[in-house]
Write a protein that binds this ligand. Structure first.
Ligand code: AMP
Ligand code: MG
Length: 523
């Protein structure tokens, strides 16, 4: 055996386990997790892995290309004393309390500590049923697994807090899926992603115990969480309500930072239920997510949310606030006086606003924030279909000496229908660029272009690119998966050799195509 891990059992040693050990769907009380076993697969094959994540786990290239690696990370074998478990959690889905959810198609196969002393949790997604699978099969298909693998790593390289992806294996099994829940199920290729994070605990991990009035387990879990993942918050050796308050403030802060990043790059999570909110402020659970092409704050890729647009791009900050309030309510029974929690929640909106403004100032490459300028820009961007990524990238080319007409020419590529750039629309743009150029003149900042290009990516995982990768992978061609994976490792670099293929506006055929602009939770 070449692969080896320094297994860490802190989670399972310190938190209550479900005494029942069969995988049948059921309610699990008084326990943070259930022991489970991955389902063996028919003919597992490694399709791609992330060498950067392997390194975090002290795995070398040979390890990753070994049969043993494929066996372990497809769920066919366990290394040494790995004892897989599925976590129990609940959640508010689309604004309503949904009761127990839990790891229904994910399981932690082990937690490890690497040679730098960092703790990592390794989860297989799509490795079969757990007590939390409810009516579903615990499996995942290639389509959604490619999306999770590519996007988690792309987000990391964009500098956005996220869970990581170690590997993507095809299982060789067929999975029966109704992609749009519209009565047209088909067999799809089964797949398993191994995802990696310091912790996969969610807001819903705390909500479930509060909802059951199980204050003992709630306290055990919160104390464990603070000791294990945020020990810097403990003053002296005791954990008390002040420690809980500092912890809640930290979750609010990391969540705020994550959302500001999403808004910076045009990422729409798509299912911001409280069970999909990480207590470490990581982007978690890549389902029907999408990337803004046309700048439209009301856009959501999730067809399940087509009526209300609850999780649309422009609502992500306020939904995070709502979710944080639910987390606050969940831990409130541990407080005699909830005033400190209330205060933190009240601070979220002004804190978010400040961070968002600083981010927008960076996107524009300016020394000061000008509210009027930014508001007018948002308004203009909505006047005609404008590609958000291309627009901000091109903005860095504008110089203090440019006339409004020259400015418009420089960003022209960002417009989907340049014919619309006339009359009133042309006027508002001309006037906006006049003000923008005034700012640039005033700032006299000669590192502007460099810093803007580190804020505004050139390459993002465009919805139609992900779908092209999936179509090819389904047909057995992995070349685009590997190529795009590499391109997305340097999203802020020009990479001129990849521009024509990977930094273009959405083509017309992709506008209303399933998988490109429309996705469901089915995976
Ligand atoms: P998600 O849409 O990923 O947030 O999932 C919501 C809940 O449904 C979680 O508890 C998942 O584990 C569960 N779930 C989603 N898909 C499946 C599946 N194919 N099998 C079992 N459980 C699932
Ligand atoms: Mg989820």
């Amino acid at each position: 055996m070449s692969i080896s891990f320094n297994i860490d059992t802190t989670f399972t040693d310190n938190l209550p386990a479900d005494p029942v050990t069969h995988n049948t769907p059921r309610q699990v009380a008084g326990a943070c997790y259930s022991w489970v076993q991955p389902k063996p697969t028919n003919m597992p094959r490694l399709l791609i892995h992330s060498p950067e994540v392997a390194e975090l786990l002290d795995l070398n290239k040979d390890d990753c290309l070994s049969d043993e690696f494929t066996e372990i990370f497809s769920g066919n074998a366990l290394w040494d004393s790995m004892k897989p478990y599925a976590m129990c959690y609940g959640g508010h889905q689309f604004g309503n309390w949904a009761g127990q959810l839990g790891d229904g198609r994910a399981m932690t196969i082990t937690d490890i500590v690497n040679k730098h002393g960092e703790r990592w949790s390794l989860q297989l997604k799509g490795a079969g049923e757990t007590p939390y699978s409810r009516t579903a099969d615990g499996l995942a298909v290639l389509r959604s697994s490619v999306r999770e693998f590519l996007c988690s790593e792309a987000m990391f390289h964009l500098g956005i807090p996220t869970t990581r992806a170690l590997s993507l294996c095809a299982t060789g099994d067929q999975v029966w899926r109704d992609m749009f829940y519209d009565g047209h199920p088909e067999y799809e290729h089964g797949a398993v992603v191994c995802r990696v994070a310091p912790s996969f605990l969610r807001f819903g991990s705390f909500e479930i115990f509060a909802s059951r009035n199980d204050i003992k387990t709630l306290r055990t879990l919160l104390d464990f969480t603070i000791r294990t993942y945020s020990p810097h918050l403990i003053e002296g050796d005791n954990i008390n309500t002040d420690t809980y308050t500092r912890w809640f403030a930290e979750v609010c802060d990391t969540t705020k930072t994550m959302i500001v990043h999403w808004q910076r790059v045009g990422f729409v999570h798509g299912v911001m239920n409280t069970d999909n909110m990480s207590i470490l402020g990581l982007t978690i659970d890549y389902g029907p997510y999408g990337w803004l092409e046309d700048y439209n704050p009301d856009w959501t890729p999730n067809t399940t949310d087509a009526t209300n647009h609850r999780y649309a791009f422009g609502k992500q900050a306020s939904i995070a606030h709502w979710n944080l309030a639910k987390l606050g309510e969940a831990i409130a029974p541990l407080f005699e006086d909830v005033q400190p929690l209330q205060q933190i929640i009240n601070n979220y909106a002004p804190n978010y606003k400040q961070a968002w403004q600083a981010m927008m100032q960076q996107k524009l490459g300016l020394n000061t924030f000008d509210e009027g300028l930014v508001e007018q820009l948002m308004h203009n961007l909505e006047q005609m279909e404008t590609d958000m990524t291309i627009f901000f990238r091109k903005l860095a080319d504008i110089q203090a000496s440019d006339s409004p007409k020259q400015c418009l020419n420089k960003v022209r590529d960002a417009f989907y229908a340049t014919g619309d750039l006339k009359d009133k629309v042309a006027d508002v743009w001309a006037s906006w660029f006049e003000s923008y150029v005034q700012h640039i003149k005033k700032d006299e900042n000669n590192t502007r272009k460099t810093s803007m290009n580190q804020t505004n990516p050139k390459y993002v995982l465009r919805n139609y690119l992900a779908q092209l990768v999936i179509d090819k992978a389904n047909a057995g061609d992995l070349s685009m998966l590997h190529e795009l994976f590499e391109v997305l490792k340097k999203p802020y670099d020009e990479q001129p050799e990849h521009e024509a293929k990977y930094a273009q506006k959405r083509p017309d055929w992709a506008k209303e195509k399933a998988g490109c602009s429309m996705l469901s939770c089915s995976s």
